[in-house]
Ligand binder design. Structure first.
Ligand SMILES: [Zn+2]
Length: 222
């Protein structure tokens, strides 16, 4: 496979804009893998309820073939602590994807189309990652997924979300602080509820980490 020199991302390495990490407006969901092993993601991942629903509806729309798309949002560093985080605000279904039961392909055409949409509709947003489904497979990144991730989403803060629509399991693949990515170790995320009481999360392999009082950091004794 000839893959050299397909580079569609901007060449400059930007720095995150300042913000406030929104722990107090979010529910923390941790994956089964994360609860069993101490893992440390390089970045905190937040997702709005709207984006969560969009990705899941898309994944449920085809139970035989993989679907996929882009995750658009913000990349920020907390003004007080410097902790970096992303907020997934939009999920954009990929339009020019070649679909098959075993893989989803992001083509050069589809990447170009996506950047055009971003420039036109979301000029202040960042491409924070991508999502795709794994019908009747487990939640992991295949070698091909890793190739796509490293080719099209090479920044340390860009993430991949895999959803299995039959059993409703899922996981975020997040690089660690050194930039390494484990293709089997997936994380949960922070559901951005923005003060709403109800959660929309239905993934069966996630458990909420309950904190005593919202706005206060979690206890260490878990
Ligand atoms: Zn895959």
């Amino acid at each position: 496979m000839t893959t050299a020199n397909i580079r569609l991302l901007p060449l400059e390495t930007p720095t995150p804009r300042p913000g406030y990490i929104p722990y107090r407006y979010a529910r923390h969901w941790r994956s089964d893998i994360e609860r069993a092993n101490p893992l440390q993601p390089g970045i905190a991942v937040f997702m709005t309820q709207k984006a969560y629903i969009r990705a899941n509806v898309h994944a449920q729309s085809d139970l035989d073939n993989e679907i996929g798309g882009w995750m658009i949002g913000s990349w920020r560093a907390d003004q007080n602590t410097g902790e970096e985080f992303i907020v997934v605000e939009r999920c954009l279904p990929a339009l020019h994807v070649l679909r098959g039961s075993a893989y989803v392909t992001f083509t050069q055409d589809s990447q170009v189309a996506m950047f055009e949409i971003m420039e036109e509709k979301f000029p202040d947003k960042e491409l924070v990652g991508w999502y795709h489904s794994h019908p009747k497979m487990s939640v992991f990144l295949s070698n091909y997924d890793l190739f796509l991730h490293n080719s099209f989403f090479p920044h340390p803060w860009q993430v991949a979300l895999v959803i299995e629509p039959h059993g409703s399991t899922a996981g975020f693949f997040i690089r660690d602080a050194a930039g390494n990515l484990d293709n089997k170790a997936y994380y949960g995320f922070h559901e951005l509820t923005l003060g709403k009481y109800h959660s929309v999360v239905r993934w069966t392999n996630m458990k909420e980490e309950i904190t005593e009082s919202p706005g206060v950091m979690e206890n260490e004794d878990e």
